[in-house]
Design a protein around this ligand. Structure first.
Ligand code: PMV
Length: 341
């Protein structure tokens, strides 16, 4: 039995614009998904997940699309969750075949997923599950992958599941930890001070595909929408400097600016705006939505407890929590050899 975990993330800057080649700076937070994998004697995948803001479910299937699990949870959620698990296992099998030249394509697993990252809320839950799943499954088969390899394999898994609509941001950030900079295929870790991150969650989730398509249409239709996306890129470059200088006040100001431009691009929502304003009124250095938008989470910077308290009293905010920057990316929680130790 092997357990690996990987962190979720917030975008300090640059979501949506990253789709058009602008840089983005996501940052890992101390909220993790843990995936436990145990090799089976047959080729089945048995998945148990009861902590994913879904109703708990256990499914047993052979990994082929014909074998639909029989459970009382919406099929689209099951399909989505199973898609990532399936793709992660596939990537781990391929990685093991590549590293050791051994065919493990018919090895089955019992898989348990636990996560304290709300699903589909812009905090990178699916990337964290994919990253931890690949790491755990490869280790269970005796192969230790580097975080960079896990990042690359997780990107390929997400790319397949999301039919080409994934950037490398989520998976790279989750695998490497800390603050990262992503511009097209160029991904690297960057220096960052400890940041006083506060997250507000409205309990909802936006439709990433529809939101990305909406921005694409605006960009094609209006020159000023294209300029807005380029302006987000300028904010990201300024933001990188502020991060390197450890200038939290400047970071906040730039986050406010970034939120304004995302709002202009039509990806905010009433509840996200309300949480952003509650944070600003409470004295946060700055606040913005994080991820695709439409609903989900905002990220604010505040050393004090004021923002968290204000968010808790904000109508539409379901959960508010502090989430320190997590400098660890993917890590093994229980290595195969520790079994029974
Ligand atoms: O909501 P999330 O965490 O899946 O982030 C989406 C970020 C986008 O820039 C809108 C799309 C992408 O793949 O980068």
């Amino acid at each position: 039995m092997t357990t690996s975990s990987a962190p979720g993330k917030v975008y300090l800057f640059g979501e949506h614009a990253v789709v058009y080649g602008e840089p983005a700076v996501p940052c890992a937070i101390e909220r993790r998904a843990r995936v436990t994998v145990e090799r089976r004697d047959d080729e089945l995948l048995r998945v148990h997940a009861d902590d994913l803001s879904l109703d708990g479910f256990t499914v047993e299937y052979s990994g082929t699309s014909e074998s639909k699990p029989d459970v009382a949870v919406s099929e689209s959620l099951i399909d989505a969750a199973m898609g990532y698990v399936d793709a992660a296992v596939e990537q781990a099998r391929e990685a093991v075949a590549e590293e050791r030249g051994e065919d493990v394509s018919d090895v089955g697993f019992d898989i348990t997923i636990e996560s304290d990252i709300p699903l589909g809320a812009g905090l990178g839950s699916s990337a964290a599950v994919t990253v931890a799943g690949i790491d755990a499954a490869a280790r269970e088969l005796g192969v230790e992958l580097s975080p960079a390899t896990v990042a690359d394999r997780a990107f390929r898994a997400e790319y397949d599941v999301q039919e080409g609509e994934a950037s490398r941001a989520d998976t790279f950030c989750s695998a490497m930890g800390g603050a990262v900079r992503v511009e097209g295929d160029d991904c690297r870790r960057i220096e960052a001070p400890d940041l006083p991150i506060v997250v507000g969650f409205d309990g909802g989730a936006g439709d990433t595909g529809a939101l990305v398509a909406g921005v694409r249409k605006l960009r094609e239709e209006y020159g000023f929408a294209a300029d807005t996306i380029e302006a987000v890129g300028d904010i990201v470059r300024e933001g990188e400097q502020a991060l390197a200088d450890g200038n939290v006040a400047e970071l906040g100001r730039l986050m406010d600016f970034n939120h304004g431009l995302l709002e202009a691009l039509g990806v905010s929502s009433r509840s996200l705006d309300r949480m952003v304003w509650a944070a600003r009124d409470a004295g946060a250095e700055g606040a913005k939505l994080t991820g695709a938008g439409g609903g989900g989470c905002v990220v604010a910077l505040d050393e004090t407890d004021e923002t968290r308290t204000a968010l808790r009293f904000t109508p539409g905010c379901e959960e508010a929590f502090r989430a320190e920057l997590d400098r660890d990316g993917v890590r093994v929680e229980q290595a195969p050899s520790e079994e029974g130790a």
